[in-house]
Write a protein that binds this ligand. Structure first.
Ligand SMILES: *Cc1c(COP(=O)(O)O)cnc(C)c1O
Length: 478
């Protein structure tokens, strides 16, 4: 083997001869527990992979016989299998400071929803069965009453998410017709949800009116023609306009639509069911206010400010909801029983406004006082300092959280957390990115955010019940 570098051919052959038989290794005591946990097939395949890696390393002069000991092989195989068998869907600690983080699954569900879902997971349910009449039922009926009660709408239906709600609404009400939208509201929500694209997918023709910064009522009025099917307003969600701007409010638009015999649809995005200002949060138009202001159809998400599971809700006038429900796309976009169970449980919490702040997880996190996070920061700081070592300085500092999911983009919530910076005088290749990576590789990954050369860990979404587990995990890796 003249092309082998690092070892001469004879020495390498001698080393290779030391590779044990896989049968013998698998029969060794070191592998007993591994086979019991992962089964023989997986263990064998991981062992072969480990030995292949060792052979490659040996040829490159990077391996020794120590790596072939039963215990060393068992250790490597165990690590490989632990990683290979780990779930791909995993829980993390969200210390990004964004409460409704789209990439981290948005709203966290309250216990009431967890119990409702758990029950329906293993038992048949009346998903489409009317228990009063014994006849076939409609899955929307399971939540209609509650949604109408909470929004003041005449009727409601639920689909997979709000993008689906908008697509279905436009398909059912405006296919091959025109929809009038202000140029200031032609938004992209992220993840490829863009109003003009959804519009064309729904087979509707977008009729833009006004300008980017200013749209007047007469712009809508002049654009109405025999092909117009719908006037639409879209919540700007993830951006805000200021300066020389003019938006036509729903209260102004609704009378025009009515006079011209056209419906108005509003894509609210977040869809709050209660006035958040009562808890000191920024004000958002509620679904009820939007319905009352004259919207014929309103679409909103289940997992943004509402605090429930991923879903898209469509509420409004009976005749339009009936038309939407009859469209063939409804069947393709409908929600499953887990969503309905979780949604009903969350909506029920809204019936008792006095306890909503405490019981609805999203609201509890959004209204958590900065002082609670400050105290938590002091408790956690020593464990984090221990883990990072003295190369890094950890300090408890005030910071600002965001609501997220395009809700109220310009508003920030006073919070508190830990900031990881390179300790002064320590410049030997250290960077908070290294700590960010180590935290991300923990059994339950910890996600913060890097800004201004530091790692910021906002403690708003680490509630006290989770704190001990969080600290234990840091201490285990110290
Ligand atoms: C978030 C949002 C959507 C998309 O909702 P998903 O539930 O993410 O599908 C659509 N329109 C607006 C205005 C939004 O804010």
């Amino acid at each position: 083997m003249s092309d082998v570098t690092g070892k001469d051919g004879g020495e390498l052959r001698a080393l290779m001869a030391r590779v044990p038989s896989v049968e013998r290794v698998l029969a060794s005591q070191a592998f007993e527990a591994i086979i019991a946990e992962y089964g023989r097939t997986h263990t064998l395949s991981a062992l072969r992979a480990t030995l292949d890696t060792w052979r490659t390393d040996a040829q490159a002069g990077r391996a020794s016989v120590d790596g072939l000991a039963d215990a060393a092989l068992a250790h490597a195989v165990d690590a490989t299998l632990a990683k290979r068998m780990r779930s791909h869907v995993r829980s993390v600690f969200n210390l990004t400071g964004t409460v409704l983080h789209t990439n981290l699954g948005r709203a966290l569900l309250p216990d009431e929803a967890v119990r409702a879902v758990a029950e329906i997971l293993t038992r048949p349910a009346n998903l489409e069965f009317d228990l009063d009449t014994g006849a076939r039922g409609d899955r929307d009926d399971l939540i209609n009453g509650l949604i109408c009660e909470l929004t003041g709408a005449e009727a409601a239906t639920a689909v997979n998410n709000n993008a689906a709600a908008v697509l279905l609404t436009l398909s059912a009400l405006a296919s091959r017709k025109e929809v009038i939208v202000s140029r200031g509201e032609l938004v992209e929500i992220g993840g490829a949800f863009r109003i003009p694209d959804i519009m064309s997918r729904a087979g509707a023709k977008l009729r833009e009116v006004g300008t980017t910064n200013r749209t007047h009522l007469k712009d809508y009025d002049e654009a109405i023609n025999p092909k117009t099917a719908l006037l639409m307003k879209v919540h700007c969600s993830n951006y805000a306009m200021s300066g020389f701007t003019k938006e036509v409010t729903l209260a102004e638009l609704a009378p025009l639509a009515k006079a011209r015999g056209l419906p108005v649809a509003v894509d609210l995005g977040s869809g709050t069911l209660v006035d958040l200002a009562q808890w000191g949060l920024p004000r958002e138009a509620t679904v009820r206010e939007t319905v009352a202001a004259g919207a014929d159809v309103v679409t909103f998400s289940g997992d943004k400010l509402l605090g429930g599971p991923q879903a898209g809700l469509i509420v409004g006038r009976r005749e339009f909801i009936a038309k939407i429900k009859k469209h063939p796309l409804k069947r393709a976009l409908r929600v499953g029983k887990l969503t309905l169970a979780a949604l009903e449980a969350v909506l029920r919490l809204y019936r008792t406004p006095e306890t909503l702040r405490e019981r609805l997880t999203t609201l509890r996190l959004l209204t958590r006082p900065a002082d609670a996070m400050r105290v938590a920061a002091e408790r956690i700081r020593p464990a984090l300092q221990c883990m990072t070592g003295d190369e890094f300085a950890i300090s408890a500092e005030p910071m600002f959280s965001q609501i997220g999911s395009g809700a109220l983009p310009v508003d920030v919530l006073p919070s508190y957390g830990l900031v990881v910076r390179l300790a002064s005088g320590k410049r030997a290749g250290g960077h908070p990115n290294r700590i960010e990576k180590r935290l991300r590789e923990l059994p339950r990954p910890v996600l913060g955010r890097i800004a201004d050369g530091a790692l910021w860990l906002d403690l708003r979404c680490l509630e006290e019940a989770d704190e001990a587990a969080f600290i234990a995990q840091l201490e285990a890796r110290a």
